[in-house]
Design a protein around this ligand. Structure first.
Ligand code: ATP
Length: 373
């Protein structure tokens, strides 16, 4: 198998640039995700990869082979969509083996390959059943087995889990990843569900309005977003406005007010474009904010990674079992509501309580400044 190269791909529908100049390389054996809100161009890009739609410009290569003009059946692509579209009159094994029959693979080899993928996908013993005697999760496994049995150059998955209930979806996330990794398949997976992308991908591209906003590992995309859009798409993000004092390639020095102490944080800025003395959004994920009731706060925390951000008042608490979510109002400038997520046993706070808010310095991340008005 070889790398997949997407180079300067453009697709327009009337005046809509559905895919607006996308370039990406997906490495051999990689589980790569395309994520983004509805209408960002995920499906349009996937359809061009599959060969169902022709780009206006740009190129798609599998290794060194230009496949841009090839028909779908010449690309050796496996596909799994949200509707499984299994043949109801065929058994599981017949459904899985159908693509091999079409390709005129000799029966003995075909039977062996079908048995292998049945085992790989956890369907051992179910080969003789009809699809209507399978659960939703098992049908999804058959759809995956059917796509993998042809040993595709590339496996495309388009929202494959959206028909399953929440619990099964989480179980199948693990299973799909295991199966792709075990078979060494290169996969591109489309979803609007950020949790699916964060938990399953090796790398992910976040799309907006037909363009790639960021292409990174899940950890870096979540912790070091390139923009406010990515920060907010991938999960709750508190955005506190901080004044930029100075900046080098890696760190920025900021303060929340002229009379407040300065501290260093890593940043997503281009130092050449950064404007000192101007506010920038400082991102802190809810789990990286630590409230200490003012009555208990001695002013000297033991953890040197924590920076005191200021005083705040709890305005709402929600208990979720493993964690508690709180909304607080702070004394510093903020975009939107400030949210905190604390381990349940640590959160003994009520509405109206005054707290000192500490932020984990190593987890804070300074986003680019808004362009000058
Ligand atoms: P969703 O998550 O809702 O499926 P998506 O990210 O897959 O969205 P696309 O289906 O790729 O988005 O659509 C991107 C843009 O192109 C949208 O504005 C959509 O309305 C437009 N579009 C897609 N297909 C067509 C078409 N055949 N004709 C006209 N416009 C289209």
């Amino acid at each position: 198998m070889s790398d997949i190269h997407i180079d300067g791909l453009v697709k327009t529908f009337g005046s809509t640039r559905a895919v607006d100049g996308i370039s990406l390389t997906v490495r051999s054996g990689e589980m790569f995700f395309l994520v983004g809100p509805s209408g960002c161009g995920k499906t349009t890009l996937l359809r061009m990869l599959a060969g169902f739609s022709t780009p206006d410009s740009g190129q798609i290569r599998f290794g060194s082979e230009d496949v841009t003009a090839l028909a779908p059946n010449q690309r050796d692509i496996g596909m799994v969509f949200q509707g499984y579209a299994l043949w109801p009159h065929m058994t599981v094994a017949e459904n899985i083996g159908f693509g091999l029959k079409m390709r005129r693979v000799p029966k003995e080899e075909a039977d062996q390959r079908v048995t292998e993928v049945i085992d790989l996908t956890g369907l051992t013993g179910m080969g003789d059943r009809k699809p209507n005697a399978l659960s939703g999760g098992q049908q999804q496994r058959v759809a995956l087995a059917r796509a993998l049995v042809i040993r595709p150059n590339l496996l495309l998955l388009d929202e494959p889990l959206s028909n399953l209930d929440a619990k099964l979806r989480i179980e199948m996330r693990r299973e799909i990843r295991r199966i792709c990794k075990q078979s060494g398949t290169t996969a591109i997976y489309v979803t609007h569900d950020q949790d699916e992308a964060l938990s399953m991908s090796d790398r992910m591209a976040v799309l907006n309005a037909g363009r790639v906003q960021q292409c990174d590992t899940p950890v870096d995309s979540y912790r070091k977003p390139a923009s406010k859009f990515v920060a907010e798409f991938l999960g709750e993000a508190n955005l506190i406005l901080a004044e930029l004092v100075d900046v080098d390639d890696r760190f920025a020095r900021v303060r929340l007010a002229a009379d407040r102490p300065m501290f260093h944080v890593e940043h997503a800025m281009d130092p050449a474009q950064a404007r000192t003395g101007v506010a920038a959004p400082l991102m802190i994920r809810p789990a990286d904010l630590h409230p200490v009731p003012v009555r208990d706060d001695s002013g000297s925390v033991a953890n040197s990674d924590l920076v005191a951000l200021g005083q705040a008042r709890v305005i709402d608490t929600q208990f979720f079992g493993s964690s508690t979510s709180m909304a607080v109002e702070g004394e510093f400038p903020l975009e939107g509501t400030l949210r905190i997520q604390s381990p349940s046993q640590a959160a003994d706070l009520q509405e109206g309580d005054q707290v000192t808010l500490y932020g984990s310095q190593s987890a804070m991340w300074l986003l680019p400044q808004d362009p000058p008005a």
